[in-house]
Design a protein around this ligand. Structure first.
Ligand SMILES: *Cc1c(COP(=O)(O)O)cnc(C)c1O
Length: 404
């Protein structure tokens, strides 16, 4: 699968020979062994430690989804990670977190194409449903959004302001209680990513199809046993190929749908007029429901949706399917065993997304170099207080060892 971003399509058609595409990856040492020792140990206990330097070996976990004790153990590990994060969030943000809720995370640079605002529209929709029917049995959620805005990017800063403002109303509404919480994670960076991703249930990868070249947080979450809700954009396409469409929550327009829609003429206002819940959410942003001290605060966000040539990233076109897809997420979460089995299948299918594979592809197909047979330092080295200080692991794989 070739994930050349739609941005380069015409350039690619002109001179395809100039393009070489290697699927990105993440290092399993940082993003699992170091950051999620509980899960790492639970995996090694069952399939031994070969996976750390040969991530494809995670495939062996597939055979364990009917092993009740293993499924329970993976569920326990996730729950412990969530409780640890809940304690930290309560201290840092003075918000009581329900550790039984779905930990729903979207952490990445704030950008209109990544559509944090679509996530916000879902939050407002959940809130309005709870207020409208407070006695229904809702699956509780804690939505975390984190990321930095570029200093000169006005809309990105407005998006951060909106997430905080919606959080202030939702988190303090006694009718909502512990069924919905919204947290904007400040100062998002790698060290924070390492702390929060092990506790994620749901990974939000909801960019407009054709916009994201790859993404890597999608891979970090998958490796840590979160399920993904996503559009068919960037490496999400390859993740779906690896894990199978039944084990990932896909919604929304494809790249082809987006192109077709643009050609035919896209009118966001028509969608707004026809969908009552969407209209209510946008009207609340518009009329100062979330910014009573300054009702006009989010006018530019509303304009970005509704002015004549607005909604460039077509959030409104994907809204209805996104909400329906989130309902499917809730239904699966009610069955914790079925949910955890899918988490295990996702971990098992994440082997392709090791940066070891990416680098090997570069070495073979671009750089024309052979791998060296040198031992690498242990990933724990230099991290005070961790186990295995000073030990070395041998990075070379079995094949290389045999050829020595
Ligand atoms: C992985 C990572 C990213 C990339 O996130 P995407 O969702 O792939 O855009 C950005 N920032 C930090 C701190 C990360 O760890």
């Amino acid at each position: 699968m070739c994930a050349i971003s739609n941005r380069f399509k015409s350039f690619y058609e002109l001179t395809p020979e100039k393009f070489q595409n290697k699927t990105n990856g993440i290092t399993p040492r940082r993003w699992l062994v170091l950051s999620n020792q509980n899960l790492s140990n639970a995996i090694t206990e069952k399939i031994s430690e070969g996976w750390i330097t040969n991530l494809d070996e995670l495939k062996k976990l597939k055979d364990l989804i009917n092993n009740e004790a293993f499924v329970k153990n993976i569920q326990r590990v996730k729950q412990e990670n969530k409780e640890r994060l809940a304690d930290w969030l309560t201290k840092a943000y003075h918000i009581q977190i329900n550790p039984q809720s779905i930990f729903d995370m979207q952490v990445k640079r704030i950008h209109e194409y990544k559509r944090q605002l679509l996530n916000v529209l879902h939050i407002i929709t959940m809130y309005n449903r709870i207020i409208k029917n407070p006695n229904e049995n809702y699956v509780p959620r804690t939505v975390m959004i984190g990321g930095k805005a570029a200093p000169g990017y006005h809309m990105a800063k407005k998006i951060i302001k909106l997430v905080n403002s919606v959080g202030k109303i939702v988190n303090n509404d006694p009718v909502v209680s512990d069924r919905l919480k919204v947290i904007f994670l400040e100062n998002y960076r790698v060290t924070l990513a390492e702390q929060i991703i092990p506790a994620a249930d749901l990974s939000e990868q909801i960019s407009l199809a054709g916009m994201e070249a790859s993404g890597t947080s999608n891979m970090k979450f998958m490796l840590n046993g979160a399920l993904t809700i996503c559009t068919l954009d960037g490496a999400n396409v390859e993740m779906a190929e690896e894990v199978g469409n039944d084990n990932i929550f896909i919604f929304g327009m494809t790249v082809d749908d987006v192109e077709k829609r643009r050609r035919e003429g896209y009118h966001a206002r028509d969608i707004y007029e026809k969908n009552a819940e969407l209209k209510q959410a946008i009207d609340q942003i518009q009329n100062g429901f979330f910014s009573p001290e300054n009702p006009a605060l989010f006018q530019d966000i509303v304009d970005s949706f509704l002015r004549n040539d607005g909604d460039h990233y077509m959030l409104l076109a994907d809204y209805e399917e996104y909400i329906k897809c989130q309902e499917r997420v809730n239904e699966l979460y009610r069955d914790q065993t079925a949910w955890t089995r899918k988490c295990i299948l996702n971990i098992a299918a994440s082997g392709k997304f090791s940066s070891d594979r990416t680098i090997a592809d570069y070495a073979r197909e671009i750089w024309n170099v052979e791998p060296t047979l040198q031992a690498l330092p242990n990933p724990h080295e230099g991290r005070p207080g961790t186990q295995h200080e000073g030990e070395n692991i041998n990075i070379q794989n079995e094949k290389q060892k045999q050829s020595q």
